[in-house]
Design a protein around this ligand. Structure first.
Ligand code: FAD
Ligand code: UDP
Length: 374
């Protein structure tokens, strides 16, 4: 008899398994239908001995000292600040857009102060940015939008930016300074020995049993448990009874090249040419020295493993119906990016899982009757 069946060994499931086992002495069965732990953050050494991320580049960044401290219990870190170039008009330009991007693109020599005024002049007047198109043209105008955002977004989501929530493109800022880092969070680092090693350490506890290649529907037939924590797609838990929630997928095409480096930055984005959105070269992220180098191309698709919830009003509406069902399902908690249909980064999922753990701890401090009400 287990106290918890946790479905999914990604960040959401693994953090909860670790907390419940070590802090509350709970017996946890953690299952995943994949043959490995780590969820979409899983990394491994490929046939050439290069550390690669099976489900696309994962760069850790957070503003939260609490989340960074928590993960630091399971890994040391390699300081790493991510930088990206965008291929536009036959040039490789710093991205997110900053002063140098605009100067190199148009052959100008503006200072950061001049750039502030420039952005104000070229921005379109948008009262309330509702869509991703509004969010970008309202900050940096139509031409930069067309060159850097419109087609990338159409490829990535199969939708025009005008059909997506403002928050999607607003993940990427535009800067009137020379900061060419992708993220500005206080903590930016990669797990020194990779994500998978970090997960293995998190789950190495006598109260945690890990079952791989194990769909929870099969597991449930064979074991008994008191409570479930579910981190898979919320619609499939309810057999898609209100219809499928859209998730975007990606085909990853890996290549290894017989040279030290393939491209001049960790990631090159291709907003306009090619069917792929970006190429990532892992050695920049991992710091590995090797005479060869592995890269991954990302081809977004509608079919395949669910990777991204698609933030737009009709999907939020459909999710609300599933959430109402989830809230009314006793003894099951829904946690994580797919189960709560939120475009969350890794640190946000860790934060969400730690918050759910505090709820469980709070409820367990009450008597059984109070706990049911909590
Ligand atoms: P997941 O990692 O998806 O884990 C859910 C698990 O549930 C999966 O392993 C799945 O196999 C399992 N599962 C599903 N159904 C079942 C079932 N029926 N039975 C058993 N198991 C089941 N975040 C960042 O912070 N930085 C980045 O640079 C970054 N880059 C990303 C790049 C890509 C291409 C993608 C797709 C995501 C990226 N993310 C990044 C987001 C990050 O991957 C997620 O925030 C995080 O991995 C979500 O963790 P999770 O536990 O919620 O879900
Ligand atoms: N985006 C874009 N051009 C780019 C990079 C990003 O238009 O060169 C938009 C696109 O809609 C993308 C969103 O900004 O989906 C968020 O980008 P981010 O790099 O955060 O995406 P992720 O790493 O989550 O795939």
């Amino acid at each position: 008899m287990f106290d918890h069946l946790i479905v999914g060994a990604g960040f959401a499931g693994s953090v909860l398994a670790e907390r419940l086992a070590t802090q509350l002495g709970r017996r946890v069965l953690l299952c995943d239908k994949r043959p490995h732990v780590g969820g979409n953050a899983y990394d491994h050494y490929d046939d050439h001995g290069l550390l690669v991320h099976k489900y696309g580049p994962h760069i850790f960044h957070t503003e939260s000292p609490k989340i960074f401290r928590y993960l630091s219990e399971f890994t040391s870190w390699r300081p790493y600040e991510h930088r990206v170039l965008a291929s536009v008009d036959d040039k490789l330009l710093p991205f997110p857009i900053n002063v140098d991007t605009v100067n190199k693109l148009y052959g100008l020599h503006m200072s950061p102060e001049e750039m502030e005024g420039y952005f104000k002049r070229i921005a379109e007047p948008i009262q309330h940015a509702r869509t991703s198109e509004d969010a970008v043209v309202g900050k940096i105008g139509r031409d930069l939008y067309e060159k850097f955002f419109r087609n990338y977004t159409r490829k990535q989501w199969g939708l025009d930016p005008s059909q997506l929530d403002a928050a999607v493109a607003a993940r990427v800022p535009a800067r009137a300074n020379r900061d060419d880092r992708y993220f500005t969070d206080e903590f930016q680092a990669m797990p020194l020995h990779g994500y998978t090693r970090m997960f293995e350490r998190m789950l190495d506890h006598k109260n945690i049993t890990v079952a791989l290649n194990a769909d929870y529907r099969d597991v449930m037939r064979e074991v008994s448990f008191k409570e479930m924590i579910y981190t898979g797609p919320v619609d499939s838990f309810f057999d898609c009874r209100f219809g499928k929630l859209p998730y975007r997928s990606i085909d990853f095409k890996f290549e290894t090249h017989d040279r030290e480096f393939f491209q001049p930055a960790a990631v090159v984005n291709y907003p306009n040419e090619h069917a792929y959105t970006r190429i990532t070269e892992f050695k920049y992220l991992t710091g590995q020295s090797h005479r060869k180098t592995s890269v991954v191309y990302e081809y977004p698709t509608a079919e395949g493993d669910p990777y991204y919830p698609v933030p737009r009003p009709e999907n939020a509406e459909l999710y609300r119906r599933y959430k109402a069902l989830a809230d009314a399902t006793p003894d099951v908690r829904f946690v994580g990016r797919l189960a709560t249909y939120k475009y969350y980064n890794m640190d946000q999922v860790v934060g969400q899982a730690l918050a759910v753990f505090e709820q469980i701890r709070g409820a367990s401090a009450l008597g059984p009757d109070d706990a049911r009400a909590a």
